[in-house]
Design a protein around this ligand. Structure first.
Ligand code: IMP
Ligand code: MG
Length: 181
């Protein structure tokens, strides 16, 4: 059983992801020169994007992680519970939150609200994918966005369907029979 066979079509190839991550890494390296940003990777979905992005950034940086669980049915509610919060003190730091996808924006809004309590110097977002048509939180803007995607459920390069498909090296759309089996 090859997981590639569950994919109906590839939306973003491995090569496109690598090239876009290089561009974003360059932008971050320029924008944050002398700021020693603290990259905060959201677990688990952003792991692949975070690794590819950070390895091409050429300025000093630190990184940490955050893990939230959203209690939701099929739709995001924004009721998030923090399962891991960064051990690094955030006060006065320039934070870049690394996320796999912004959908409604509620998960990120909850994370930002929590981080703001610690008075960081700045907070920006880097998201591999953006589904702008689904946004419920208008104030949320991803400064470093990989790709805009249509309102379809996507998997791969960190994104999962019931915890599977995260290890695919590209972003794709699942065959409908995968949902219905
Ligand atoms: P939001 O709070 O609605 O912005 O939800 C964002 C989270 O929902 C992401 O971090 C993903 O874990 C998940 N998500 C949203 N859309 C997709 C998708 O198309 N594929 C996989 N996960 C998704
Ligand atoms: Mg997720």
């Amino acid at each position: 059983m090859d997981i590639n066979n569950s994919i109906e079509r590839i939306l973003i190839t491995e090569e496109e992801i690598t090239a876009r991550c290089k561009e974003l890494s360059k932008e971050i390296s320029v924008d944050y020169e002398d700021k020693k940003p603290l990259l905060i990777c959201t677990l688990k979905g952003a792991i692949s994007f975070f690794a590819k992005l950070s390895e091409q950034i050429t300025i000093p940086l630190e990184y940490d992680f955050v893990k939230v669980k959203s209690y939701e049915g099929t739709q995001s509610t924004g009721n998030v519970v923090f399962q891991y919060i960064p051990g690094t003190p955030l006060k006065g730091r320039h934070l870049i939150i690394i996320e796999d996808i912004i959908d409604t924006g509620r998960t990120l809004a909850a994370i930002i609200k929590e981080f703001e309590k610690e008075e960081p110097a700045s907070i920006e977002l880097a998201c591999l994918l953006d589904k702008p048509s689904m946004r419920k939180v208008d104030t949320l803007v991803s400064k470093y966005t990989g790709f805009k995607v249509p309102n379809e459920f996507v998997v791969g390069f960190g994104l999962d369907y019931e915890e599977e498909y995260r290890n695919l090296p590209y972003v794709g759309v699942l065959k409908p029979e995968v949902y219905t089996k």
